[in-house]
Design a protein around this ligand. Structure first.
Ligand code: DON
Length: 304
């Protein structure tokens, strides 16, 4: 199996050539364009780590489903989905268009930037530090990695340059979709995006969801219902305006990030973590998507 997986990684590594690493967040441009890592952790305990699995990178948008879980634990499903929708947009991950033009002005889903900022605003705590610390503790728990930390350079770079995200936060506050402090919401959002992970961490988070919200010691952290919400939003919205095609080509609930990460969940079977920093024109890891397509067809992993 290991040799077979190595073959898939090497076959797909060259596909990075036609992608580009993100450079709109200062620091991300330093990523190695040709890196490709695949980590698979199965519910039966098997672990495969192939290629660049130990390189740290910032989690970016892969954080969004994790924050959504804590927001639902904090407030319940009904309140969370009164602030953010459940529908795909067909627009880019950072688009402001539907926020402005649709009559409710409600962010469409928690996987795009607007919806994720509204979700981050829901994390409970007496101040921004406490809110983020609670969220970081939650990331550490479900990834079963107590050492996760924020990359402060990337955080600072994004908080200085993330003007479009700030604009959307102010807009949503004006429309009543953010109740508390805008500064706190942006602090939590920019810091969650800057948490450093490896492909192995993403595989373990995927495994947590593959078990329906249960850790390897058997502890249930979120309900089956919350795990179902997260997996559903990952398949419908997790790859943004590439979600439909990805559902057909790969058919595995997945969430991408501009740092190069993809976290995938094969329900009941395995969590998959990918590191692939060269992105396609939708901001999704280009070699990573092709690798997952091969893996899915070779091992019959599509849920459809
Ligand atoms: O807000 C942003 O633009 C980034 N922190 C996260 C965007 C992202 O990862 C989109 N993913 N493919």
């Amino acid at each position: 199996m290991k040799e077979f997986l190595k073959g898939l990684v090497e076959k797909n590594r060259i596909k990075s050539e036609v992608g580009n690493v993100a450079d709109y967040i200062p620091g991300l441009e330093k990523s190695d364009k040709n890196a490709l890592g695949l980590c698979i952790t199965s519910t039966n305990g098997t672990i495969y780590s192939i290629g660049d699995c130990n390189i740290k990178f910032t989690i970016q948008s892969v954080s969004k489903p994790i924050t959504l879980m804590l927001a639902i634990l904090d407030h319940g499903e009904e309140h969370v989905f009164s602030k953010v929708g459940m529908e795909p947009t067909g627009d880019a991950f950072n688009s402001i268009q539907k926020l402005e033009t649709c009559k409710t002005h409600k962010p469409f889903n928690p996987m795009i930037n607007a919806g994720a900022i509204a979700t981050s605003a829901l994390i409970k705590g007496k101040n921004s530090q406490e809110k983020f610390q609670r969220l970081l503790d939650f990331f550490r728990k479900i990834s079963e990695n107590e050492t996760l930390e924020v990359n402060d350079d990337i955080y600072l770079g994004e908080s200085l340059t993330g003007n479009k995200n700030k604009a959307m936060a102010y807009f949503m506050k004006g429309e009543g979709y953010i109740d508390g402090s805008i500064e706190d919401a942006l602090y939590v959002y920019f810091r969650q995006c800057s948490i450093e992970v490896t492909a192995k961490d993403l595989a373990r988070i995927g495994l947590f969801l593959a078990r329906g919200g249960v850790m390897s010691n058997g502890e249930r952290v979120v309900s089956e219902r919350i795990a179902k919400i997260i997996k559903t939003l990952m398949i419908t919205c997790g790859m943004y305006d590439g979600s439909g095609e990805f559902a057909l080509r790969v058919g595995i609930p997945s969430k991408s990030g501009v740092g190069g990460g993809i976290m995938s969940v094969v329900p009941g079977k395995m969590g998959i973590g990918v590191f692939s920093p060269a992105l396609d024109n939708k901001g999704n890891p280009i070699a990573g998507e092709a690798l997952l397509e091969d893996l899915s067809s070779e091992l019959s992993l599509s849920i459809f």
